[in-house]
Design a protein around this ligand. Structure first.
Ligand code: GAL
Length: 657
């Protein structure tokens, strides 16, 4: 694994570049990402290109031995471009135009913007496509950041109508698919269709879902427009995009079909504070981040990193938090050691690079309260020496990423469409698909299991245990994957409750699973936060919450509530929850299944995570106090190459047989 950093030569005096480059090399950084917001420097006025500064920056960085990832600057169309073509701007859901002065103000559906973006990308690709210092390109920056996937512009409306007409061909087919006989929504032709915003109450769910699908496809085709140009003019360089944490507005598996390395931006503290984590976790891990935040996203984007058919997954961390960020509701500083821990953790999950954001804190503008590896006066910040230590530990202790992969026998099935359907029809306040995903993932990890994330419909052949926290619609391909694996399948509630268009299936739910498990959901309830479904499992009280599917079946429940209603059904290698299990209940059931199928689990101390390879075990302590690696995890006859069995606060250990 290489280390990198994000650098903005256009923000610093030229006289600093050479010293910065030398220091990067000295601390152990090999790769530097530049350029992704610099359009107004590359082209200060229409057609007047100014590349000299970038030529010079690339030469200086490259001559110092650094390799470069060059970003295309399309996340920040310059002022002159916006003034010349105001129609490129996006519109928010309230119908308000997005203004100039920050970033991501463009609309994915603007043909004019696509033309302009293609032009600047082509210019860059021709100029730097075979530059020996360049190893890769990053397309744009964080598609969708600041809620920008879904634009409600005139351009989007026109493009949506075209998309619908390609998909449905006839308006009758659309009327059928959307169920427009309800509330007099019948359409006579595609030109009548609006975007699903500003309706009086809930818009038609099938309409919303198609708009979400369309918006996702617009990101895919915008990205592909760039990758087509880059591949032609710069065939030997890798293409990256930097995805985000907790972001689901487009299908990342689809975008990943066009890039070589799926990278993502890891800000564990910002996301802990900003997202819907439990208060006790926010409190306990305030300066460390949630122990499953980075691991989950590494595993998700590693899956994305196979979408182009790469034999070995290719994924990276393009931006790693080094200190306090500026954008979450509260912005604490990581405890000493966390910047190093996150780097090692990326490596354990197979990242080929972890790159810190940013080299130096900027004294000006929107992000001047965001830490870097260097302070704004250019003195070293907290993470600087941690990166140096990380660099030397990596160099001295090689690991084989494939060995962690081979040891992974648990899959978790993830679906962007289920997230969209869940947002359109949560049906209850307690339904949160992403929380379900993270809880199931975290439960498996707390049992010491390595987890692969698999897109719905992906092959499940190599696994012993497959976790499906929910899939609101189950595609034909997913059914085949479930039917052809020998793994034990564990399904959560609400599976197969919708058809592709969010109608209710006439077979009743779980539509698509009834050949695997003979039961039918006859009705469902969403349950308020104060209610628990209480049952007993292996002599202990367990809870479900938030949801209850009532079923008709000849099966006797494996776990039931006090009134005898089934909370879990099991037959052969299939188990299904009718409720959302709380994490202790889930953990007990997964552990019991793992025992049954001979999958080795471990009772890890809370806040400790491990990643196990055949001969290597990495341990990460997210606690602010010491913990010990359970002796069952490390096999006899080995050594600790990094750390020891007793891990310090925020400590890392690497054990090798
Ligand atoms: C990312 C973004 C960077 C920077 C960073 C601050 O979302 O890609 O440009 O804004 O956040 O944490």
């Amino acid at each position: 694994m290489k280390l990198g950093c994000c650098y903005y030569p256009e923000q610093w005096d030229e006289t600093m570049w050479a010293q910065d480059a030398r220091l990067m090399g000295e601390v152990g950084i090999d790769i530097v990402r530049i350029g992704e917001f610099a359009w107004s420097f590359m082209e200060p006025s229409p057609g007047d290109y100014g590349w000299e500064w970038l030529d010079k920056a690339i030469d200086i960085l490259g001559d110092a031995g650094l390799k470069i990832i060059l970003g295309t600057p399309t996340a920040t169309p310059p002022k002159w471009l916006v003034d010349l073509y105001p129609e490129i701007l996006a519109f928010d859901e309230q119908g308000r135009g997005r203004g100039f002065g920050s970033r991501r103000h463009y609309c994915f559906s603007s043909k004019v913007y696509r033309r302009e973006a293609a032009r600047i990308v082509k210019q860059m690709a021709q100029r730097y496509g075979d530059n020996p210092h360049l190893i890769g390109w990053q397309t744009d920056n964080e598609y969708g950041c600041h809620d920008t996937v879904r634009s409600y512009s005139q351009n989007a409306k026109t493009a949506f109508r075209e998309w619908l007409s390609d998909r449905y061909e006839t308006i009758d087919a659309l009327n059928q698919a959307w169920g427009t006989s309800f509330w007099s929504q019948l359409y006579q032709n595609f030109d009548e269709i609006d975007l699903p915003n500003l309706t009086v109450t809930e818009a038609n769910p099938s309409h919303q879902l198609d708009f979400f699908r369309f918006s996702s496809d617009q990101v895919v085709s915008f990205n592909r427009m760039q990758t087509d140009i880059l591949r032609q003019a710069s065939p030997d360089k890798d293409i990256y995009h930097n995805f985000m944490g907790h972001f689901t507005q487009f299908d990342h598996f689809e975008v990943s079909k066009d890039i070589d390395v799926a990278s993502w931006d890891s800000y564990p503290l910002g996301f802990l504070d900003q997202e819907n984590y439990r208060d006790e976790d926010k409190h306990r891990f305030m300066r460390q981040g949630h122990p499953d935040f980075a691991g989950f996203h590494h595993d998700l984007y590693r899956a994305c990193g196979t979408m182009r058919g790469q034999k070995n997954a290719r994924f990276a961390v393009m931006e790693q938090q080094p200190g306090p960020v500026n954008w979450a509701p509260n912005n604490p500083a990581p405890l000493p050691g966390m910047a190093r821990l996150w780097g090692h953790e990326g490596r354990a999950h197979g990242a080929e690079m972890v790159s810190y954001f940013r080299w130096r804190q900027a004294p000006f503008a929107q992000e001047n309260l965001h830490a870097g590896l260097r302070r704004h006066d250019n003195s070293p910040a907290q993470a600087f020496e941690e990166v140096r230590q990380l660099a030397s530990e990596i160099k001295e202790n090689p690991v084989c990423p494939a060995s962690f992969q081979e040891a992974t026998k648990t899959a978790l099935v993830f679906s962007y469409e289920t997230q969209w359907m869940s947002q359109i029809k949560p049906q209850g306040r307690m339904w949160d698909y992403m929380q379900l995903i993270l809880d199931w993932y975290g439960t498996a990890r707390s049992l010491g299991l390595n987890v692969d994330i698999v897109p719905e419909g992906g092959s499940l052949d190599k696994y012993d245990l497959v976790l499906v926290p929910s899939l609101l619609h189950i595609t034909g391909q997913a059914i085949k994957a479930f039917e052809s694996t020998d793994a034990h399948l564990v399904f959560g509630p609400r599976c197969g409750m919708f058809t592709h268009n969010m109608h209710l299936p006439l077979s009743l739910g779980p539509d698509g699973l009834q050949a695997l498990l003979p039961l039918k959901v006859i009705h469902s309830e969403s349950l308020p936060s104060f209610h628990r479904e209480v049952g007993y499992f292996e002599g202990e009280e367990i809870y479900g919450y938030g949801w209850l599917d009532h079923v008709e079946t000849r099966l006797k429940p494996l776990v039931s509530n006090g009134a005898g209603k089934g909370l879990v059904f099991q037959e052969e290698n299939v188990s299904l929850f009718t409720t959302i299990p709380d994490t202790l209940f889930l953990r007990k059931l997964i552990d019991a299944i793992a025992q049954k199928i001979g999958l080795e689990t471990h009772n890890l101390p809370s806040g400790l995570r491990v990643r196990r390879g055949e001969k290597t075990v990495y341990g990460f302590n997210y606690n602010d106090g010491e913990v010990s690696m359970p002796s069952s995890v490390v096999k006899e006859g080995g050594d600790y190459l990094i750390g020891e069995a007793r891990l310090k606060a925020c400590g890392v250990s690497l054990f090798k047989k």
